[in-house]
Design a protein around this ligand. Sequence first.
Ligand SMILES: NC(=O)c1ccc[n+]([C@@H]2O[C@H](COP(=O)([O-])OP(=O)(O)OC[C@H]3O[C@@H](n4cnc5c(N)ncnc54)[C@H](OP(=O)(O)O)[C@@H]3O)[C@@H](O)[C@H]2O)c1
Length: 395
Amino acid sequence: MPTRRDFLKTATTAGGAAAAGLAWPGALAGSGAGLPGSSSSPLVLPRPVAPPARRLRLLILGGTGFIGPHQVRYAVERGHDVTIFNRGQSAPGMFPGVEELTGDRAAGELDALRGRTWDAVIDNSAARSDAPDWVRDSAGLLRGQADQYLFISTRSVFADLSQVPATVDAPVLTRETTRNWSEGQPYTYGLAKALAEQEAVAAFGARTTIVRPGLIVGPGDDTDRFTYWPVRIERGGEILAPGNPDEDRIQVIDVRDLCEWAVRLCEDRTYGTFMAVGPENGRSMAEFLYGIAAVTTTPLSWTWVPREFLAEHGFRPYQEMPVWRPPTPGFEGFARFDLSREVAAGLTFRSLADTAVATLAFHHARDAERRATLRAGATAEAEVRVLEAWHRARS
Ligand SMILES: NC(=O)c1ccc[n+]([C@@H]2O[C@H](COP(=O)([O-])OP(=O)(O)OC[C@H]3O[C@@H](n4cnc5c(N)ncnc54)[C@H](OP(=O)(O)O)[C@@H]3O)[C@@H](O)[C@H]2O)c1
């Protein structure tokens, strides 16, 4: 079955890279000549950013999954020397011309990192329940070998997002406050990332940068959580739209916005803790869905169904209705982050149209079987069942 990697190759060789929001990996060979200056459709360019102030020697822990390739592509475009570190299992040789070091963080095999120096490290790959150990080992080793450690964390570290607007200073999970975890069990995802953040700070102190993305969306995302919506909307017909169109909010991050900003945070030696969601004011659920519909042409209609009815019929936020997280108690600020600090630190946002087009291009490059079996969201049959129940209840 063709994989995301095959798509990346196809997108590049078929000249579809701009539309798909991608510009690698073939184009990375050599000096970077021929790389487009932007990975967006030329019609929906992101806000311009300043050229890099310096040339970086950048180490990326990971690099070949979902977000890593976007970092590598952008860092090479910006003229940086990039080294990636992974097991060499997922996609060996993905980037000709980019140095690849091999090791296994789960086994503590970090020898390939010894005796080298870098300006900055971006740590993507610590995302399992043992993430604190991974970060303790790698940051502990690298603290004398690199000037900056940027840890990709998550919005899931927050213990309470009831404040509106939320900020990155909201309370974070601890062992004591994590309800679905008890001593002796593997850490939950959110707790593992929260403790891993602490390990990064323990090693790098004030030279640490922590970036907490919300849902990362766009080309290369194999989870299909955001992808569900452009694909569903493109299919047309009567579309079940969840919750309150105006009051339910959405803040997600395009993978390219996240990854490009991470590289710039290293260029600028920006330290501290930041959210990575957007855009600044978020979007209502209506703006989100209608905005995606603006890049499709199939006739469609919307049926908004309240969250109580959906709950009665087994349609859950973030599950059957992905991306949607209504402001239930404790989640009021989930998609209402004040991003002043992040924007001041250089976070920029692509248009929703760009994200939707790039996601559809990614999806259409998949083989037929993968296109037919999304990994997130309601099935067509389940959607029809709930819509019929809603119409019966209303009549
Ligand atoms: N998806 C979301 O919506 C979302 C939201 C918030 C935060 N996040 C965070 O975003 C990050 C996403 O990471 P990604 O997977 O896309 O990153 P990536 O850097 O693109 O890929 C993960 C890399 O880890 C390497 N790897 C896996 N196991 C390893 C091991 N034992 N030792 C060394 N390297 C190993 C893989 O290569 P090999 O297999 O070859 O080793 C791969 O290169 C995670 O930190 C996640 O917590 C995601």
